[in-house]
Design a protein around this ligand. Structure first.
Ligand SMILES: [Ca+2]
Ligand SMILES: [Ca+2]
Length: 261
């Protein structure tokens, strides 16, 4: 049977779609849908930042501030405590600041790549390429500045995730505490976590120098433990988590940061 050239073209297009569609569908489950995410704006730093856990630099007052208003696993009303989050950038670093109200300040973990996330803990997850989402960089620190830092790989093997904890980059962190650690006989005020993360630690995954208008995917998380001895813990995030029963490492639910002047 001889096919007309027009019909042959249609057949080729249909055949190509059938071949490509399963691949696209498989990718879509893991990928961000650009344009649907929440957008956060980070200003360019114009100060000399001293990483000391204090917000003295003028730049911190000029960049966007956002509350971590999505709360999970709240058992007591007093566990729902306010957090303000800020981020800035310049040619050398990303700067992150968590300002956390906390009536019961707690810390236990002292080993790197242990479980600071079971303590009062600030966490930032970053993806330098916002539409390429099977991995993210993670920086989680408790108030002893004990870090769990890692590269997280979603669906690494047969749907299982993998965490490369051997990733131990150098970056600056500082904590300031208004209250007493692990002493619930009094009421504390809160704590702050400041970070300066060199942009060089993101090299190798589509990283390019940040410029005005560039967008990355990210999530800011606060873990809160209000038991000095027990394990009553809650979580709050800057963007909503799809399924908190899994974990917070669901990059298809991250938001975007846009770097602005
Ligand atoms: Ca590590
Ligand atoms: Ca706490």
């Amino acid at each position: 049977m001889k096919l007309s050239s027009g019909f042959r073209k249609v057949l080729i297009v249909v055949f190509a779609c059938v071949l490509v569609m399963p691949t696209l569908q498989a990718q879509d489950k893991n990928n961000l849908f650009l344009g649907e995410q929440e957008l956060f704006k980070a200003s360019k730093n114009t100060s000399t930042v001293t990483v000391d856990g204090k917000m003295d630099e003028a730049s911190w007052k000029e960049t966007e501030v956002r509350a971590l208003d999505f709360f999970y696993n709240i058992e007591q009303a007093s566990d729902q405590q306010n957090t303000s989050f800020r981020m800035m950038w310049d040619d050398e670093n990303l700067y992150v600041f968590f300002d956390c109200k906390d009536q019961y300040i707690t810390a236990r973990e002292t080993k790197r790549d242990g479980a600071p996330y079971f303590d009062d803990c600030a966490e930032i997850f970053l993806i330098p390429a916002p539409d390429s989402l099977n991995m993210h960089f993670g920086f989680e620190l408790n108030l002893y500045k004990t870090a769990n830092d890692f590269i997280y790989l979603n669906n690494m093997n047969k749907g299982e995730n993998a965490v490369i904890k051997g990733y131990n980059p150098d970056y600056k962190t500082a904590v300031s505490i208004q209250g007493t650690v692990n002493d619930n006989s009094d009421i504390d005020t809160g704590w702050c976590m400041e970070m300066a993360i060199p942009l060089s630690v993101f090299k190798g995954v589509g990283y390019a120098p940040i410029a005005e208008g560039v967008q990355w995917a990210f999530l800011a998380v606060r873990q809160n433990r209000d038991d000095a001895k027990g394990d009553r813990r809650s979580t709050s995030t800057i963007f909503s988590i799809y399924d908190i029963e899994k974990n917070v490492h669901q990059p298809n639910r991250f938001g975007l940061v846009e770097f602005v002047k």
